[in-house]
Design a protein around this ligand. Structure first.
Ligand code: NAD
Length: 498
């Protein structure tokens, strides 16, 4: 069994307690590695290291170009190791090897390359004499020590989405990956260390969220916390960070609408629903979980969808011909199957799936592709995030009804509209209160595209040049040009005008 260590202050270390967290393959249900179970003491050490690196180290004082060069070196090392990292990610998370190797890992490496260049385009607004006697400069500076907390659904990309904009702008960081999926994040730490990142700039602490994550949120030396996770966790983090007035960036849950209008290209919408709904086993915050379909095309769409569902190959995630691997963990599988029961209890009709996989796949945390129809907008399965391969079909008649159903959830992360009429598509896209909206597609995101939620899906952006702004603060700097001891405006405080 492989044993990994945490990265604190440039050293690879065990936890002070020497306790371990087993890392389990969701395909076999067996542990294949372990990582240190970090505690508060370890977290404090990591925060101190990040603080010291920010206050006294070279990193925040280096040029953007020099920091970008470290990124390019790390990206090069990661590219060389990409096949091994993809294998590790697939084994640990359960996602298919084709998704890990052809999308997640190369996509995240490209994010780093993007940030290496994008940071060099950050500029101050043109300095001017706004106040007459002095020049004002708006400086954009790093925030300081960032605490980043990542989820288990896309372990490597989510860690990159946090590290990418944060370190390149001169911050330092303590990163806490989800306990089920810590391995690829440690590989990321290794590549950055080998690429010449100064000690203490990036610290990776593995351990339980309620303990080490909470410490990260509460500690006064941390300037900002960035979380990708559940909306409920986001709320806890806001509370935990309140007493030290933490800056926050929250990328939270979603329940994406997928509206199919009467004039949609139905076969294209079917393909879009399959990939948008079952991507990463449905464990995707942007997954197309609410298929809101016009009454006139509902039957055709549903038939096409159910035909396609039968063709999804469920199996060993390590095989290139598998389309759907196990969910991340047996306890998550249990939770998703409970949601299926809840859906049936609410009166939705199960049209496909709804169970684990039998036979040779029995030991894996599988949920086979599941489709409900006759789902009403206020049912819990249409309101809450299930985070598994479970799709709901809802029906509508009028344009406004579709928009109302789509917006009628607490989330606002992502959604799509399907129509061949440009006016319908654009009117609907504009009316959706979601941070990512696609027309006649669902999912595309790239290094350049800002991604982040409205409403209770959080605030701030991952990806894109906009995310660089989240990790910087503006300093208003004024330089007197008069050289006079007594300035013209001083009489407004004391004395008379001269
Ligand atoms: P989660 O909220 O359970 O855990 C996320 C992280 O928070 C983990 O590292 C966990 O250990 C930590 N954590 C838990 N409690 C904490 C606390 N009290 N203080 C500090 N840290 C704590 O989420 P998950 O189940 O790992 O991931 C799935 C969720 O992530 C879904 O809701 C999904 O929608 C969301 N997500 C959102 C985006 C986005 O871009 N908006 C992207 C991916 C996933």
């Amino acid at each position: 069994m492989a044993a990994a260590k945490m990265l604190i202050g440039g050293e690879w270390t065990d936890s002070a307690s020497e306790a371990k967290i087993p890392v389990v393959s969701p395909f076999t249900g067996k542990p294949f590695a372990d990582v240190p179970k970090g505690g508060r003491e370890d977290m404090r050490k990591a925060i101190d290291a990040a603080r010291e690196a920010f206050d006294k180290g070279p990193w925040p004082r280096m040029t953007a170009r020099a920091r970008g060069e470290v990124y390019l070196k790390a990206a090069q090392l990661l590219s060389q190791r990409a096949p091994a990292i993809a294998e590790l990610e697939s084994r640990n998370q359960g996602k298919t090897i084709k998704q890990a190797a052809d999308a997640d890992i190369p996509g995240a490496i490209d994010n780093l390359v993007f940030y290496a260049g994008a940071v060099r385009t950050l500029d101050a607004k043109s300095p001017q004499e706004f106040l007459g006697d002095g020049t004002t400069i708006f400086r954009r500076e790093p925030v300081g020590v960032i605490g980043s907390i990542t989820p288990w659904n896309y372990p490597f990309p989510m860690a990159v989405w946090k590290i990418g904009p944060a370190l390149v702008t001169g911050n330092t960081m303590v990163l806490k990956p989800a306990s089920w999926t810590p391995l690829s994040t440690l590989e990321l730490g290794r590549a950055f260390a080998e690429a010449g990142l100064p000690k203490g700039v990036l610290n990776v602490v593995t351990g339980p969220g309620e303990e080490v994550g909470a410490e990260l949120c509460r500690h006064p030396s941390v300037d900002m916390v960035s979380l990708t996770g559940d909306t409920a966790t986001g709320k806890k983090i806001m509370e935990q960070g309140a007493s030290t007035v933490k800056r926050l960036q929250l990328e939270l849950g979603g329940k994406a609408p997928f509206i199919v209008f009467e004039d949609a290209d139905v076969p294209a919408a079917v393909e879009g629903a399959i990939v948008g709904g079952f991507v990463n086993g449905g464990q995707d915050c942007t997954a197309a979980t609410r298929l809101i379909v016009h009454r006139s095309v509902r039957e055709k769409f549903e038939k096409g969808l159910l035909d396609r569902v039968k063709q999804i190959r469920v199996g060993d995630p390590a095989s290139r011909s598998t389309d759907l691997g196990p969910l991340v963990h047996a306890s998550h599988q249990k939770r998703v199957l409970e949601w299926v029961e809840k859906g049936k209890g609410e009166g939705a009709k199960l049209r496909s799936g709804g169970s684990g996989a039998g036979g040779k796949l029995q030991a894996g945390a599988f949920v086979v592709p599941t489709v409900f129809d006759q789902v009403a907008p206020d049912m819990q399965i249409a309101q809450r995030e299930i985070f598994g391969p479970v799709l709901d079909i809802l029906e509508f008649e009028k344009f406004d009804e579709a928009v109302q159903i789509a917006n009628g959830v607490e989330y606002g992360l992502a959604g799509s509209v399907w129509s061949t009429n440009v006016r319908t598509a654009l009117r609907a896209a504009n009316a959706l209160r979601f941070g990512d909206v696609w027309v006649n597609d669902h999912l595309p995101l790239g290094s350049e595209t800002p991604h982040g939620g409205f409403k209770q899906s959080g605030f701030g952006k991952d990806l894109g040049a906009d995310s660089l702004l989240d990790y910087t603060v503006v300093k208003n700097l004024y330089i007197d040009l008069t050289g006079q001891a007594r300035k013209g405006w001083h009489y407004t405080v004391y004395g008379d005008p001269s």
